[in-house]
Ligand binder design. Structure first.
Ligand code: HEM
Length: 464
């Protein structure tokens, strides 16, 4: 696939058709990054233009939900499809981190940070996840009922705090989870609002978001300070960030830059991982044969703490996670701002347009997936997965601004899921997994499950 960017060729193409949904439905759908994108697509096609207000108030938007369109947007250099209003709002709140900086600042920053997150290096940060999973699951009463979402958040926070940052974050949701929620929701609401008051107007939401961001900044400063003062403190990710240097300049990060990056790693890594785990466990709790298959895999490894190297033997567990990321992608929509006229799936998208790739809509499109609303991990079996187009499955994004934490997240998730399934039996009680998109996709209601004793032996039903 190629993106025709020759000026003359672009000019000849039509602009995408305007979405026909009534204005009120558009405003409502726009704030649901998951199902809202499906609504826009069903009414207006794979590349659809959304105009909520005069252009001087709010840029036009184009929503893209075809694999080719996703390629044409995300595959471009981020100098052409830049950060947009949502990123700018986040930058204003929590500083210039990798996720929000524009191309010129981003390039050296990514070059510096990329080596920290290689497959090999993330083993040092992800390994402790199985201990966190073990200790959380040990607190579950057999026969008791838990909220999978709440427990997975606790688990992720414990792993992040104790092992990655060198802080005990148990019972510290006031310092991290709540402020993150407040800040992220504010940023997404404001970044997609048709009308925005100037930032200096002290609305209630603005004051709450500022206070939340200040709390996060203070936490990041504490983490750094603690690591500097105590060289023995076990905080592998922070240590790796402190040691990282840009291969081109030999320069490392200043303390202020380090703190900014820490906040985004906490933010990007917490909700996303916790929700994926909760969703995967909820699905396993509805499909006992799949849960047994995961258990057989992990039992075969032996009765010891799972380590990063074990993931090579957890093939089906990883397929379960891929399928969870397909049905419940934490980043349901990826947004950009076109800085030049570009071609998107045969249409001309003009400079200044906010372009959004609807990942949830792509990953559940019945024209691209058989049984899209069914949980079928086998579709990610290596021999079958070959048929999946690179641009129809994008849980970690694609192109230059793809997720830097993808290996880290997959490793943590596989270790935690296998550790839990080995210890207990999960039976889902909630008939559905309600999703909301305050920023990333999260559970919008408790996800209840009964915890039981794991079956002693789990004989194979079908050899896989
Ligand atoms: C299941 C877990 C995760 C999912 C689904 C996920 C998804 C994504 C996606 C889709 C993007 C690209 C967004 C875009 O194109 O605009 C992204 C970017 C990013 N993610 Fe993740 N992420 C996860 C975990 C993590 C973790 C654990 C970390 C770090 C510790 C992380 C750090 C980042 C950062 C820093 C970026 C910005 C990269 C850049 O612009 O260069 N993510 N993530």
């Amino acid at each position: 696939m190629t993106n025709v960017t020759t000026p003359g060729a672009v000019d000849l193409l039509p602009v995408p058709p305007r979405n026909p949904l009534p204005l009120r439905r558009q405003v409502n759908a726009l704030r649901r990054f998951h199902t809202g994108a499906e609504e826009f697509r069903d009414a207006g096609g794979y590349v659809t233009r959304i105009k909520l207000a005069p252009t001087w108030m709010m840029p036009e938007m184009v929503l893209v939900t075809s694999p080719r369109g996703a390629h044409d947007v995300l595959g471009l250099s981020d100098a052409i499809v830049e950060r947009n209003a949502v990123h700018d709002e986040m930058r204003d709140q929590i500083g210039a981190n990798l996720f929000v900086v524009r191309h010129d600042e981003w390039l050296p920053r990514r070059r510096l940070l990329q080596p920290v997150f290689t497959k090999k290096n993330v083993r040092a940060f992800a390994g402790p996840m199985s201990q966190a999973a073990e200790s959380i699951a040990a607190g579950w009463e057999l026969g008791g009922v838990i909220d999978l979402d709440e427990q997975c958040r606790k688990l992720t926070m414990r792993a992040l705090g104790r092992s990655v940052l060198g802080l005990d974050l148990d019972d510290q949701s006031d310092r991290i989870a709540k402020p993150l929620q407040v800040m992220l929701k504010y940023v997404a609401d404001r970044g997609t609002a048709p009308v925005r008051l100037p930032r200096w107007v002290p609305t209630r939401e603005q004051r709450r978001a500022r206070a939340a961001s200040a709390t996060l900044r203070a936490l990041a400063a504490d983490v750094l300070d603690g690591c500097r003062r105590d060289p023995e403190r076990d905080a592998p990710l922070v240590r790796a960030l402190m040691a990282a240097t840009d291969s081109a300049t030999g320069r490392g990060l200043t303390d202020a830059e380090l703190a900014d990056e820490l906040i985004v790693f906490i933010g990007a890594g917490h909700d996303t991982t916790a929700t994926t785990m909760a969703y995967a466990l909820w699905q396993l709790g509805r499909h006992s044969e799949m849960q047994d298959a995961v258990r057989r895999e992990v039992d075969a490894i032996g009765d010891r703490n799972l380590e990063p190297g074990d993931v090579a033997n957890l093939g089906f567990t990883v397929q379960v996670l891929h399928e969870a990321l397909r049905m419940c992608p934490p980043a349901a929509m990826n947004g950009r701002l076109a800085t030049a006229d570009i071609v998107v799936d045969g249409y001309r998208v003009t400079a200044g347009t906010m372009v959004m790739v609807g990942v949830y809509a792509l990953q559940r499109d019945p024209r691209l997936w058989s049984r899209p609303d069914e949980f079928v991990p086998e579709r990610f079996r290596p021999d079958v997965a070959k048929q999946i187009d690179r641009w129809q499955y994008l849980p970690f994004g694609a192109g230059p601004r793809t997720c830097i934490g993808d290996h880290f997240a997959m490793l943590e998730l596989a270790l935690a899921l296998a550790t839990i399934v080995r210890r207990v039996r999960v039976e889902s009680l909630s008939p559905s997994f309600e999703m909301g998109t305050p920023f990333t996709t999260v559970a919008a209601a408790p996800v209840m499950a009964r915890i039981g004793e794991r079956p002693a032996v789990t004989p194979p039903r079908n050899p896989r």
